[in-house]
Design a protein around this ligand. Structure first.
Ligand code: IPM
Ligand code: MG
Length: 367
């Protein structure tokens, strides 16, 4: 048994962020206690809450704590109060979460989505199309068009404005994310679909060649297919059950993970983990950021009705990837499914359960 407690940094963020983080922390404490896993939780500010107190969306101190932590749990950041704040400089200055991701070099964004049997009717799909769907989008999260240099905006001699950014990948960036995808596939159904626009983009050609080489040389037992990004959107929508792991660039991963999110029936159901790499199953990994993918939902904040499942499932991912306990992640997922089956649903899933009722029901189902 581990004696040294895992250090968890919890950053609630804004609006419903702290509400869902509080719910997820209850589940975290409960499961850790049941399994005899020592943890220590420290809470701090991120996003607008940090701006209001410190005049920056992510302080150096929070960054340092996240660097030292075994895992960081984030709620959600932003809201109308801070939307109009204009700061010159890169996105790392204007967005606290992005600063955290970049400084921690968490390039491996895992965005799972599955169709939950009890709430298939909440999805826009016919049950026979979506039933059993369980996909894991692996989004390269620290390169590509988000960060390529130069970028900018200029006024040309004729008075026109020109705005531009660069889609850029280096071999090593593609190699490392490809390995993450193959490793995650080995934990699952052994299938990887790699998406690119290699028909029009140079960075897409490098992407495809590199993923193919890593697959051939290092993971010959994992089934690899390459799809053009546009066709992939159609294929994933028409035949979602065919997909297991999907690996793609930063921008395309941003896009397709919103589409695959529809399988889960509500944005509130979606967890994520953004990791500084991947380790073999059963091993621990420090420095990951775990967060539900939903936003701060200012319209419902303070009402106690936010859907905590996405945050709770992010804690499940923390057990799997930070603590090397896929068994406990599975246990939390099973409890969530149980609660869904019992119809204890928050308003975004068509019910009227409060955040705290959903959370207590999950805890009660954790056997
Ligand atoms: C996401 C978000 C962010 C992104 C935004 C808020 C910058 O859409 O995490 O998917 O584009 O990466
Ligand atoms: Mg997005």
């Amino acid at each position: 048994m581990r004696n040294e407690p895992y250090q968890i940094l919890a950053l609630g963020g804004d609006h419903i962020g702290p509400e869902v983080v509080a719910a997820a922390l209850e589940v975290l404490r409960h499961v850790a206690r049941q399994a005899n896993i020592p943890i220590e939780i420290e809470e701090d500010l991120l996003g607008g809450a940090s701006w209001d107190k410190h005049g920056t969306f992510c302080t150096d101190a929070v960054l340092e704590k996240a660097r030292q932590a075994d895992a960081t749990l984030v709620g959600a950041v932003g809201g109308p109060k801070w939307d109009s704040i204009r700061i010159d400089g890169p996105i790392t200055e204007t967005d606290g979460l992005t600063r955290l991701r970049i400084e921690l070099d968490v390039y491996n964004a895992l965005r799972p989505s599955r169709a939950w049997d009890p709430i298939l009717h909440r999805t826009p799909f016919r049950p026979e199309v979506v039933k059993g769907t369980d996909v894991m989008v692996i989004r390269e999260n620290s390169g590509g068009i988000y960060y390529g240099e130069p970028r900018g905006r200029e006024t040309l001699a004729d008075g026109q404005e020109r705005a531009f950014e660069i889609s850029e990948y280096h071999t090593h960036e593609v190699e490392r994310i490809a390995r993450c995808a193959f490793e995650v596939a080995k934990r699952r159904r052994n299938k990887v679909a790699s998406l690119d626009k290699s028909n029009v983009m140079e960075s897409g050609k490098l992407w495809r060649e590199t993923v193919a080489r890593i697959g051939r040389d290092e993971y010959p037992d994992v089934e690899l297919t390459h799809l053009l990004m546009d066709y992939a959107l159609l294929a994933v929508t028409m035949n979602p059950q065919d997909f297991d792991v999907i690996v793609t660039s930063n921008l395309f991963g941003d896009l397709i993970s919103d589409l695959t999110g529809a399988f889960a029936g509500s944005l509130g159901m979606l967890p994520s983990a953004t990791l500084p790499g991947i380790v073999p199953i059963g091993e621990t990994m420090r420095g990951g950021v775990y967060e539900p993918t939903h936003g701060t939902a200012p319209d419902i904040s303070g009402k106690g009705i936010a859907n905590p499942f996405g945050a709770i499932l992010s804690v499940a991912m923390m057990f799997e990837y930070a603590f090397g306990r896929a068994d406990l992640a599975q246990k939390i997922e099973n409890a969530v499914e149980h609660v869904l089956r019992d119809g204890i649903l928050p308003p975004d899933l068509g019910g009227n359960a409060m955040t705290k009722d959903v959370t207590q029901a999950v805890i009660a189902a954790l056997i």
